[in-house]
Design a protein around this ligand. Structure first.
Ligand code: PLP
Length: 412
């Protein structure tokens, strides 16, 4: 497949999301294909951080807990995340991390299904999810983990009347395969189990419809496609129907019914507030808030169309120009995919390093996968063309042979 620079420019000119790129700070010599790992910096986030530091902390001091709404940040940020995941108000708080929130909801879900001893998860899930499940199950008698892809071939085979909770990723962090959220929820609930969705790689990449699917619980991070900044707090969704009975194990004072009564004995707050734990990391909410306000102007249908266009174009170009050079597309070619593309090559690690030296940033996931994220808010069709040109050149030059690529830093 050949495509000219002019035709890519024409696609960019017709892109209804094109103007969003100007709202981000991006180095001009970089093609940033790692927005699925750490989103780019919205200009508004820089302003907001300065405001929070100078005015709210510097001038407002401790009074800002009330006057600047600090105490309520988990709720106010939660209400901004809610429309992005198809949740009516009052079901989302933003706090802690995805790993911690997964622990909380898993524990809560297990207690809602007494007498059932099995948690189903995916063998290929993002490892922290499995590690947290292991940790939670380690605190309980007689519970076991059943892995799809190891103990059972698929979800249907993993389900029976012993299953209490099913933990699933909406988009696979490696391959980008997209699960059918509504159908999998229906299947799991059909056998009496509760479902926890991990939305880390779908929120901000495509519309998510938790309420419509009748989902039970969900967690996800805000520093990937949502552009909340490194380590920005994560979100947790609990369907309203579970909120009065669900109890989470990290019973800190901010989830208490009356945090400032300082009484002995934990009593959970009503509603979603009981999924809070403790003092919110106020400085981390600052860039996130600005990012979430930017998302209020975004049409998620347009995000999805552009995501499919960019990832589709990338896969077409890679297959036609680099298929013979041993690059294999791992991501599904139909629409059951998220917004990143996974490729495989014998020298994936060296190619990712060589691309970085050419200004094209992607990442590597052991053992042999290259990942390229296409964040629709700030990437252009022209970036896709440039990335494939750089990869073609790096592979033709056998750039992976360079000795400096033999050393791997901690974060790949
Ligand atoms: C990024 C990611 C996480 C990250 O968890 P943290 O607690 O933020 O470190 C968890 N699960 C999935 C599927 C992810 O993609």
């Amino acid at each position: 497949m050949t495509i000219t620079d002019d035709s890519l420019a024409a696609l960019d000119a017709a892109d209804p999301l094109a103007a969003f790129r100007d709202r981000f700070r991006l180095p001009s010599d970089v093609v940033y294909l790692v927005g699925n790992s750490l989103g780019a910096l919205p200009e508004a986030a820089r302003t907001r951080v300065t405001e929070v530091v100078d005015e709210e902390w510097g001038d407002g001091l401790v009074g800002s807990w009330n006057t600047a709404g600090w105490f309520d940040k988990p709720r106010t940020a939660g209400e901004l995340v809610a429309p992005l995941i198809g949740a009516a108000p009052g079901q989302v708080v933003v706090c802690d991390t995805t790993s911690l929130n997964l622990y909380k909801v898993l524990f809560a879900a297990l207690a809602l299904r007494p007498g059932r001893g099995v948690v189903v998860a995916e063998a290929h899930a993002f490892p922290t999810d499995l590690y947290m499940i292991e940790g939670a199950l380690g605190t309980q008698e007689g519970k076991q983990l059943r892995l799809i892809g190891r103990d059972a071939p698929d979800l249907a085979d993993a389900l029976d009347s012993d299953v209490a909770v099913v933990v699933l990723s909406h988009v696979d962090y490696r391959t980008s395969a997209l699960a059918d959220l509504a159908e999998a929820t229906r299947q799991a609930q059909g056998c009496g189990a509760l479902v926890v969705w991990d939305l880390c790689h779908s929120v901000g990449a495509l519309p998510v419809e938790l309420d419509a699917a009748g989902a039970d619980f969900a967690v996800g991070c805000t520093y990937k496609y949502l552009n909340g900044g490194p380590g920005s707090p994560a979100f947790v969704y609990v369907a309203r129907r579970h909120q009065d009975t669900a109890r989470q194990p990290l019973s800190g004072w901010h989830g208490h019914r009356a945090p400032f009564a300082f009484t002995v004995g934990y009593e959970p707050a009503d509603g979603i507030d009981r999924f809070r734990t403790s003092t919110p990391q106020i400085l981390s909410y600052a860039p996130l808030e600005a990012s979430l306000r930017l998302w209020q102007d975004v049409d998620l249908g347009q995000v999805r169309s552009k995501s499919l266009a960019l990832t589709g174009l990338f896969m077409d170009l890679v297959e036609s120009r680099l298929g013979d050079a041993g690059v294999e597309v791992v991501t599904p070619r139909d629409e059951r995919r998220g917004s990143h593309v996974a490729l495989r090559h014998e020298h994936s690690y060296g190619i990712v390093r060589a691309l970085a030296d050419r200004g094209v940033l992607g990442d590597f996931r052991a053992p042999d996968t290259m990942r390229f994220g296409f964040a629709p808010l700030y990437l252009r069709h022209a970036d896709v063309g440039n990335a494939v040109d750089a990869m073609e050149e790096a592979i033709a030059a056998r750039a992976w042979e360079r000795p400096e690529y033999a050393n791997r830093p901690t974060v790949t």
